[in-house]
Design a protein around this ligand. Structure first.
Ligand code: FEO
Length: 398
């Protein structure tokens, strides 16, 4: 139900996108939301971020249920990506082209480049700048590269509300709106979001969390631009972010593979059994059935990545290449790597997978395991033993 009142005079006027299933390569099985916040104060009415362009009509209706949109005095753009800025030109057209839009220095560049045929009344806010709205005060926190150069947070001092743009969000549309209406499953959605959006910037997340702590800001609520709002205990999502940013792992192996004539699959099953016999957690992940973004979510706290590919045309099987291209961009760190696969004559795939581990800076357990055509009982025993070796390596690495 929108608009959603989140505090006196403060509303989420964003929209729920129940049907989106792909967000630039990230599977959004539960849809998403584009949250946008309206603050109605004595002197100023402020809108923080907008929504994706196709939802503009619904968005304006949500605002109208609270206030005449023409009463909006200014817009704050925490983030220029189109899921939060797409509706901006139309909103400005409806409420007045001269309405000021406040953003970061990089936001000025990004918004100008996105809407290059429109003159937007842009104003750069410096980090720490305060803006009085009447009873309330806003301030701005630069969060460059979390996850775009323009990204920033807006903090509402008197209410202790942090409007955190993409950070702490989840691609999750539901009839629930707040963390206290959800169970532990909410953190799985937040983890997937971190793994697929923020992981490349993990060191910056660590620094940002330190700097938020050092500011000593009271945090009664964290309101991201996607998904559920954190009001019960915002500290909990900060703690999870700290752990994910440190890329902490557990005794867990993921075995990501594809198969051509079932031989690499047979190898995978035995490696799973061997690794499992050592007591570590093992997740077999056929890339035909696991989406690349779910593989990334499971990889985040795994200590070892095991890749299995048959050799096809002297190379790695194409489905594995898709996962690897995506994975490399997200820069996971501190993992063990092991490769295996069946081959017919040249058998380059395992060697090429090893190169991929080297490129990602993973510590390889060895040079990998190959089987000619179909694994016989001896080869299957070697796969089981390989799994044991992988499990032991995971336990030995803290
Ligand atoms: Fe939700 Fe980076 O946009």
């Amino acid at each position: 139900m929108r608009p959603l009142k989140i505090a006196e005079g403060i509303y989420d006027v964003g929209v729920k996108d129940w049907n989106i299933r792909d967000f630039h390569g990230y599977s959004t099985y539960m849809g998403t939301t584009y949250n946008s916040f309206l603050i109605v104060d004595d002197d100023k009415v402020v809108l923080i971020d907008t929504v994706k362009e196709p939802f503009t009509h619904q968005f304006m209706e949500n605002i109208r249920k609270v206030i005449d949109p023409k009463k909006i005095d200014l817009i704050i753009s925490n983030h220029a990506e189109m899921d939060h800025s797409g509706a901006l030109p139309r909103v400005l057209h409806l409420i007045g082209e001269e309405t000021p839009v406040y953003c970061s220095k990089m936001g000025e560049k990004a918004l100008s480049a996105h809407f290059n045929d429109k003159k937007i009344n842009l104003h750069v806010v410096k980090p720490g700048t305060e803006m009085k709205l009447g009873k309330r005060t806003l301030s701005f926190i630069e969060t460059r590269m979390l996850h775009w150069p323009d990204s920033m947070f807006t903090y509402l001092k008197e209410d202790g509300i942090l409007f955190s743009s993409d950070a702490f969000g989840q691609h999750y549309a539901s009839h629930e709106n707040f963390d206290d209406e959800m169970g532990e499953g909410l953190f799985e959605h937040a983890k997937k979001y971190f793994a697929n959006i923020l992981l490349p910037f993990a060191p910056r997340v660590e620094k940002l969390l330190e700097s938020i702590e050092s500011m000593g800001l009271p945090l009664n609520m964290i309101c991201p631009d996607h998904g559920i709002l954190w009001r019960k205990n915002p500290e909990m999502i900060l703690e999870r972010y700290a752990s994910w940013a440190r890329q902490e792992t557990k005794e867990k192996v993921i075995i990501v593979y594809d198969t051509m004539w079932n031989s690499t699959e047979k190898m995978a099953r035995k490696i799973v059994d061997g690794a499992r016999s050592t007591g570590v957690e093992v997740i077999p992940m056929s890339v035909r059935n696991w989406h690349r973004s779910d593989i990334m979510t499971e990889l985040m706290d795994a200590r070892a990545l095991v890749l299995g590919s048959p050799t096809l045309n002297n190379g790695i099987f194409p489905t594995l290449c898709d996962v690897l291209a995506y994975m490399k961009g997200l820069k996971p760190q501190g993992k063990l790597g092991a490769a295996f696969g069946s081959y017919g004559w040249s058998g380059e795939a395992v060697k090429l997978l090893n190169k991929e581990f080297d490129t990602m800076g993973f510590e390889r357990i060895d040079d990998g395991l190959r089987t000619l055509y179909v694994p016989d009982s001896e080869a299957l025993q070697a796969c089981y033993d390989y799994g044991v070796r992988i499990g032991e390596a995971v336990k030995a690495k803290s």
